[in-house]
Every structure is written in C-alpha cells, then in structure tokens.
Ligand binder design. Structure first.
Ligand code: NAP
Length: 244
C-alpha cells in the first residue's frame, strides 16, 4: 500500500520539490496550493504523466474549513494519510516599528495558526491508526531571531514550541512530530532580499553558499522514513553551518 503525504504550500519552492521527491519515492502526494493554481496544476500534470499518484488541492491553511475539506478529499482519494508536511509559509521584511497589526496577524495566521489548523485536521485520523508523521517547517530565524523579520521569527519560534509540545502529546499514539529549520534557501521567498544582504549571509555560512530546495526535501524524506521512527520533537537545521 502506497503511503500518502500532504504537503502544504507545494505549488512552488521547497514544497514543490518535496512533492517531486516524495512522488518519485512512490508516495501518493497531495500538492496543496493557495493562490498559485497554475503552477500546482502544472506540477500535478507533469508528475501524473510520469505515472505518479498525485492530486493538487486548493486550501488556504489559515482557513480551517478549507483545510478540513482537503483532508476529506485526501481520505476519499487515497484512504489514509501517513505524513503531513507543514511547509506553507509567508515572510515579510521591514522595521518592527513600522509593522502593522494586519501584517503581524497575516504572518501568524499562515505561519503558525496554519499549523494549528492542519495538525488538528489530520490528527484524529492519525491517532485512530496509531501511526503518522508530522514535519513542520520553521527557520533558522525561529532559533536565532532576525532583525527586520520580527513577526516571521516569532511565528517560526512558535512552530518549534508547537513541534516539541505536540511531539510529547501524540508520541504515545504512535505519531512523530519534528521540525526542519532551514538556513537561506534559493526560492522566491528570498527574491526581495538585497544582493548585498544575501552575499553577507553566504559569507557567514561555512559551506559558502545558500541551500537548495532539494536539500530540504531530502531532510523531510529522511524524517518521514523508517530510519527516523525514533526521532521526535527535534529541530533539524540544514543551514550550511550558518547557525551551529
Ligand atoms: P515560497 O517559494 O515563497 O513558497 C511558499 C509556498 O507557501 C507557496 O507554495 C504558497 O502557495 C504557499 N502558501 C503561502 N501562503 C499559503 C496559505 N495561506 N495556504 C496555503 N499555502 C500557502 O517559499 P519557500 O522558500 O519554498 O518556503 C517554504 C517554507 O520554508 C516556508 O514555511 C518558509 O518559511 C520556510 N523557510 C524558507 C527558507 C528560505 O530561505 N526559502 C528558509 C527557512 C524556512 P501559493 O503560491 O499557492 O499561495
């Protein structure tokens, strides 16, 4: 029986390459998207044409009803959910003193409260099967904090707290919960970062480069694998040594 993974925010970036990697490993893959319908459908089509079992479903992770429907449709299509990868996220740079309450709420709603919705939506199913893996995307900024990204850093630190507490609560039900806290990865999320700032980040990274989406996808694949069954409540940070 194929395992099933739901990957939130899989229309591009880390999520899209995670979808490709898991599909290649034989998973049934749910590509969740919010606004990028075209990219999600394109990815779904190209994977399906290669013989993979993949569906693309729209849901805003900040909206419980939409995500509940996604879970219902996933169970209808595949019958079971083995892995949830909470990857959807947004970021915004700017001075804290100029951060609006609207933007603070927007970041919290997607980056942190989104995981409250998605975890609550899949857990009854996982608990009833006494099996499941949840992988949450945090960030090095959730560990160290980043100037001009206070809301993002706070949300991502919250993700680490959520991961650790939930791991303790659902471990006895056969479910592991872990966190990936990447360093700087080559995606659209960093498209607005000034080139000088990016260069400075590379200089402070011992391996001398930013990371790739597949490097994060492979970390997720490992955490979902049999070899990781004894790992829970942990924060794994693929960051090229930027934070040690
Ligand atoms: P990205 O290229 O900007 O992609 C973000 C993805 O999240 C998109 O697929 C987007 O979907 C989805 N998304 C955003 N809001 C959503 C919502 N409300 N509901 C559902 N999906 C939503 O970003 P990325 O760099 O791949 O980042 C992926 C994750 O890694 C994020 O959690 C990010 O914080 C984390 N991370 C990234 C880096 C980095 O340097 N790139 C470093 C550390 C951590 P639509 O386009 O369809 O709306």
């Amino acid at each position: 029986m194929n395992r099933t993974v739901i990957i939130t925010g899989a229309s591009k970036g880390i999520g899209a390459d995670t979808a490709i990697l898991f599909a290649e490993q034989g998973y049934n893959v749910v590509i969740n998207y919010n606004t990028s319908r075209e990219s999600a459908l394109l990815l779904q089509r190209s994977l399906a044409e290669s013989g993979h079992s993949v569906i693309a479903l729209k849901a805003n992770v900040a909206n419980r009803l939409e995500f509940d429907l996604l879970v219902k449709e996933t169970l209808y299509q595949f019958g079971h959910i083995d892995v949830l990868i909470n990857n959807a996220g947004i970021a915004q740079q700017g001075l804290f003193t100029e951060l609006s309450e609207y933007d603070w709420d927007k970041i919290m709603d997607v980056d942190l409260k989104g995981m409250f919705h998605t975890c609550q939506a899949v857990l009854p199913h996982m608990i009833s099967r006494k099996s499941g893996t949840i992988i949450n995307l945090s960030s090095v900024w959730g560990i160290t904090g980043a100037a001009c990204e206070v809301a993002y850093s706070a949300a991502k630190a919250g993700v680490i707290g959520l991961t650790k507490a939930l791991a303790k609560e659902v471990g006895p039900s056969g479910i592991t919960v872990n966190c990936i806290a990447p360093g700087v990865i080559d995606t659209n999320m960093n498209a607005n970062v000034e080139i000088e700032d990016l260069n400075a980040l590379v200089e402070s990274t011992p391996v001398g480069r930013i990371g790739t989406t597949f490097e994060i996808a492979k970390t997720a694949l490992f955490l979902a694998s049999e070899g990781a069954e004894y790992i829970t409540g942990q924060v794994i940070s693929p960051n090229g040594g930027m934070v040690i």
